[in-house]
Design a protein around this ligand. Structure first.
Ligand SMILES: Nc1ncnc2c1ncn2[C@@H]1O[C@H](COP(=O)(O)OP(=O)(O)OP(=O)(O)O)[C@@H](O)[C@H]1O
Length: 446
């Protein structure tokens, strides 16, 4: 299929010669003698590109362009200008024209501009497609009442510029909620900068957030912009915000008050427009009582609080989430999709999911890759440690020894659950070697 060009010019001579030349180059040509006719043509059938004369009686090129933009924001428009009307042409590019070509027209220049505009348009389309896909990637899966409520809260918060604070246990989906919030907001075309506040030492977190003006001889501290500046016009996601040291909390509070800050070592005041989204799995009210978190900062951050419920409180979501993760893993690994039997699913619903959705995702990915069968039975899950009998409360144990044994088994099971049901990962996290971990599990189970 050849690209369709709409040529808009009040000079019949130009319509004819330019039309014939471009038709010879393989384009399909439509013409319009004025702005009104052009809008009518576009309404009938959208062309791939418009060549639009600026000087026309009645509605001129700029007004026609403004009208086109109302219904067709992405349609590439190239302006044709008379000699000496560069200022108007610049106004046109500001109004959304792709480029302009001067009369008398050189066919080479016309062809290059058309090809550039069509290529750019293709790239833009791909980008929009990827953006849309990205939106799906950040979709919050689940049909339980708490997740429906969560989606509504995210949607409402996306329409505001106020800081949002996302609360919830480990692995519940706080980062996913933050990404979804940004994607649904008017800032989705701009950057979402993510900073894990727990990943930096107290000295480095301020440099990471606010940037650095002078670094002396230490090259790792060279002059650089901080995440706040990089997020200008977009959003900044502060994950594990409870880990911010006190001095950084003070600077963040000041920034939240008026959008201004200084780079470390700098005296120039910088103002940016950034939407803050913070998250934590800690109980911030308790951290305030313990003196670890500033109360005034908490109130600034928590203008729009969003709580992501733990998976054990929305077990209806286990089935759709498990299917999603099995499907995603099989797509990635190019292997057949696996499904859970009814009994296997019922067994998953008896589990408490201390690692929440991340634990479910990890286990489904492991099953997708390592299990041969496409129907996942209850027995396969039992081999991975699901469905172990519930343990009595260690506080009610008859003596110290039994209380300690009960506690140890609970601890090891929990570590196993959090770490992907993998003995090597869990043992490393607990500081035990895998053999000891396994032996302890067996001895305590007996
Ligand atoms: N409702 C959901 N739908 C689809 N995927 C989800 C959902 N909730 C969580 N996930 C996935 O589970 C994983 C863990 O989620 P995420 O990293 O957002 O959790 P988190 O609460 O930020 O964790 P942490 O407390 O450790 O920072 C991610 O891969 C995420 O995409």
């Amino acid at each position: 299929m050849f690209p369709t060009l709409l040529i808009v010019d009040d000079e019949p001579g130009i319509l004819k010669t330019l039309g014939d030349l471009l038709q010879d180059e393989g384009f399909e040509i439509k013409t319009a003698a004025n702005g009104y006719e052009a809008l009518k043509r576009i309404e009938e059938d959208i062309p791939d590109l418009v060549l639009l004369d600026i000087w026309m009686p009645g509605m001129d090129g700029i007004d026609t362009l403004k009208e086109i933009r109302k219904t067709e924001p992405h349609l590439p428009v190239v302006m044709i200008t008379g000699h000496g009307t560069i200022d108007t042409a610049v106004t046109a590019t500001k109004t959304g024209a792709f480029d302009f070509i001067e009369k008398p027209l050189s066919i080479d220049k016309v062809l290059i501009t058309i090809h550039n505009a069509l290529n750019f348009q293709k790239l833009e389309e791909e980008n929009r497609y990827l953006k849309k896909k990205n939106l799906d990637r950040h979709a919050i899966t689940g049909n339980s009442a708490p997740v429906q409520q969560l989606r509504l809260q995210v949607f409402q918060a996306a329409g505001s510029l106020m800081p949002a604070l996302i609360l919830g246990e480990n692995g519940t989906g706080k980062e996913l909620v933050a990404r979804s919030l940004h994607q649904l907001s008017q800032r989705s075309e701009e950057a979402l900068i993510c900073v894990n506040c727990a990943a930096f030492s107290p000295e480095h977190i301020e440099h990471e957030l606010f940037g650095m003006e002078k670094g002396g001889t230490d090259t790792t501290l060279a002059r650089h912009k901080g995440s706040i500046e990089m997020a200008h016009q977009g959003s900044l996601f502060l994950d594990q915000v409870a880990d911010l040291p006190m001095s950084a909390q003070g600077h963040l509070l000041r920034f939240l008050e008026d959008g201004r800050f200084h780079r470390a070592g700098g005296s120039r005041e910088i103002q940016v427009d950034v939407r803050i989204i913070a998250a934590t799995n800690r109980n911030l009210e308790q951290e305030i009582r313990l003196g670890n978190f500033r109360e005034d900062l908490y109130y600034r951050l928590a203008v729009l609080p969003i709580t992501v419920p733990p998976l054990r409180e929305r077990k209806e979501d286990i089935a759709p989430l498990a299917s999603l993760f099995l499907e995603e893993a099989s797509l990635r690994g190019k292997i057949p999709v696996k499904t859970l039997s009814t009994e296997a699913l019922a067994l998953l619903c008896t589990h408490d999911w201390p690692g929440n959705v991340r634990e479910l995702k990890n286990i489904m990915e492991r099953i997708a890759i390592s299990v041969q069968e496409t129907d996942i039975s209850k027995e396969i899950l039992e081999e991975l440690g699901f469905g172990l009998p519930a343990l009595p409360d260690p506080m009610a144990a008859r003596d110290y020894r039994s209380a300690m044994d009960l506690f140890s088994v609970m601890y090891l099971r929990r570590q196993l659950a959090i770490h992907n049901h993998s003995i090597s990962e869990a043992s490393e996290a607990c500081g035990l070697d895998p053999e000891t971990f396994q032996k302890l599990m067996e001895a305590l189970a007996g």
